[in-house]
Design a protein around this ligand. Structure first.
Ligand code: G6P
Length: 628
């Protein structure tokens, strides 16, 4: 995914664009660039690599313009080189375009434009857009075509977007129309910010929030023209659309590190409050009646026979915990699919199924496409197959929110670190409460057992604080030991197996150390061959059905000289077994994942920080992937 911004108003455009891009860098950081219009000329500056490279270049250039567009890139078409960085321009340096998404039919368009004499200088799909716009402007001008209801630039962009296939959001400026910024959206997010005499556009609200919290969201098939005098919205068909702005409510939407060295560390430390917010959002404060306050309608659950969950990455790991909870607490068969796999090999349809799409960003292309496909498949069948779609997301304004009729919003606030931490925890909380809701409706738990679990959940925030407080320094010191480690194994079982997967993913993502998460009981069927004194084995063991078995699995690793790290409650057995014990409070196994997760997040963080790596912006990754 990439980030786009645009500005028209009374301040310096380049500074406003840079500030906006700073808040969008989590979306990609392979290159960045801005274009402005000043004194009838288009000025474009781009740089390979992170935003700082662009900032340094801009310091040497005077750019007093009051209109401009900017982009931060996660490479899809073409290497992360300056020539492929946005904005892209036509060959006469008349039109500049930034794009987030993919233009699927760019090859045909490119051939058509090349045949007309247009030359291409990048490997990107985006470059067709400025050429198309300039070609249409030329055609309109030479035919002396009167566009009495709109500006020629808006009309040229409108005709252009009607020729594009794929998912995209674009922002366009043109040197002949120095007060017009034209934007369009088709299945990629785009929000417009309104402040007196200043208008903004961006892929995500954090880029706009420093200036205004009054916004208008564009929907698919909508475009807008922003001038210093206002915003005019229309459809791709050219019809005027009337929309009213809304005011964003403030929450932890801060892009400030608040004294922490990295966003990731700050976000790890925000988890106690995130869990508190989840509890107050999802649980009723009434002493009588059901404790659940998810507000989901009864007909979503009537005669339910199974749950199917679709997700990618960390959200997929949270979904595996969700499966455990739904099956064990509500006795409902549940499957979890990688959305990218499901799209091309969907399960045969079973009736009375609740489909849950889990995506923190609400923008992951595979998850959205798999849900859409499922909706279509089910709509074509009889009523018992009717689609029952539920989304779990951290972004209530996302594309997912428009796609599904029911949502559980995780109140984690914006997450800037590319590696998910607090949003994962919030997803787990959503699954706890959903599983309890299902259990209550299906009467699979007694009210006393429900109450016991709810009380256990209410203790989690202080227990998280305890773990963070006790272990931060210990883990920081421990991380030095693993600076040069090449392979790591994470073992867990039952509800903690997905936590082992998540711990391994965190380490891979930000420290570039190879790591594998494995169900502890499966180690003997393969990974045990990898073990020697150089391989640390981190084992999650919490008292419950398989506690002794997991400790035996750790013994087997110890017998092969592996360095043993334990994430377990402190007792005689664990203190003796593990070379290093990272103790967690003694809680019921079913409540343990949010606590066992913490040492794994901190270990990954500190190893990466000790290795001097860019924790918040690891190489090759983006916060969410809006392409297939
Ligand atoms: C990317 C991110 C991961 C994230 C995954 C799914 O790969 O780097 O951290 O888990 O996308 O994102 P989603 O927004 O759908 O949860």
């Amino acid at each position: 995914m990439c980030g786009i911004v645009g500005y028209v108003g009374i301040q310096s455009a380049s500074e406003t664009l840079l500030e906006g891009l700073r808040h969008l860098e989590y979306r990609g950081y392979d290159s960045a660039g801005i274009a402005t219009v000043w004194e009838g000329e288009l000025h474009c500056v781009r740089a390979k690599g992170k935003l700082n490279n662009l900032r340094e270049k801009l310091e040497r250039i005077e750019m007093p313009a009051r209109i401009g567009i900017g982009h931060t890139r996660w490479a899809t078409h073409g290497k992360p080189e300056e020539c492929n960085a946005h904005p892209h321009r036509d060959q006469t340096n008349r039109v500049a375009v930034v794009q987030n998404g993919i233009i699927e039919n760019y090859r045909e368009l490119k051939q058509e434009l090349q045949a007309k004499g247009y030359t291409f200088v990048s490997e990107t799909d985006t470059e067709v857009i400025p050429h198309l716009i300039t070609n249409l402007l030329d055609q309109m001008q030479s035919a002396n075509e009167l566009v009495d209801y709109t500006s020629p630039l808006t009309e040229a962009v409108r005709r252009t977007v009607n020729r594009l296939e794929g998912a995209f959001a674009i922002a366009v400026i043109c040197k002949e129309y120095p007060d017009e910024l034209v934007v369009a959206r088709q299945q990629a997010p785009l929000v417009i910010g309104l402040a007196g005499g200043e208008y903004f556009c961006a892929s995500d609200v954090p880029a706009i929030l420093p200036y205004t919290n009054t916004v208008v969201k564009l929907e698919n098939g909508e475009m807008a023209t922003l001038t210093p005098l206002g915003v005019a919205i229309s459809s791709f068909a050219g019809d005027r659309i009337i929309k009213y702005p809304h005011v964003l409510k403030g929450n932890r939407m801060t892009a400030d590190k608040q004294g922490f060295r990295h966003y990731m560390l700050k976000e790890i430390h925000e988890q106690p409050d995130v869990v508190r917010d989840c509890l107050s959002t999802y649980l009723s404060s009434q002493s009588k009646g059901s404790p659940i306050a998810l507000g989901l309608p009864d007909d979503l659950f009537t005669d339910l026979q199974q749950v199917q969950i679709l997700a990618c990455g960390t959200s997929w790991h949270a979904s595996l915990v969700g499966k455990y909870l739904i099956e064990q607490l509500a006795s409902l068969p549940t499957t979890v699919h990688y959305a990218s796999e499901y799209r091309y090999a969907p399960s045969p349809l079973l009736p009375q199924t609740l489909m849950i799409g889990v995506t923190q960003s609400g923008e992951t292309a595979d998850t959205l496409a798999a849900l859409e496909m499922e909706h279509k498949r089910r709509t074509q069948r009889s009523t018992e197959f009717r689609p029952r779609l539920l989304g779990i997301t951290n972004r209530p304004e996302s594309t997912l929110a428009q796609l599904v009729p029911h949502l559980i919003v995780t109140p984690a606030g914006i997450e800037m670190g590319v590696a998910a931490t607090k949003t994962f925890t919030a997803q787990l909380m959503a699954f706890y409460i959903l599983a309890l809701d299902l259990a209550a409706r299906r009467q699979t738990l007694t009210p006393e057992r429900m109450e016991e679990i709810v009380v256990g959940l209410r203790h989690i925030p202080t227990q998280i604080e305890q773990v963070l407080y006790q272990q931060s320094t210990v883990i920081e010191e421990l991380s030095h030991r693993f600076q040069e480690t090449q392979d790591f194994i994470f073992l867990g079982r039952g509800i903690n197996f997905p936590i082992a997967l998540e711990g391994a993913l965190k380490l891979k993502e930000i420290s570039y150390i190879h790591a594998e998460g494995y169900p502890a009981g499966e180690m003997k069927h393969g990974p045990i061959a990898l073990l020697d004194a150089k391989v640390p084995v981190l084992t999650i063991a919490t008292p419950g059905a398989v506690y002794d078995k997991v400790l035996s699995n750790a013994q087997e690793a110890k017998a092969r000289d592996a360095q043993l790290i334990g994430v377990a409650p402190q007792d005689e057995q664990t203190a003796e077994l593990f070379d290093v014990l990272l103790p967690i409070p003694k809680v019921e196994e079913i409540l343990s994942p949010i606590l066992t997760l913490l040492p794994l997040q901190m270990l990954a963080y500190h190893i990466a920080a000790t290795r001097g790596l860019d924790v918040d912006q690891p190489r090759n990754l983006a916060k969410s992937v809006t392409v297939e």
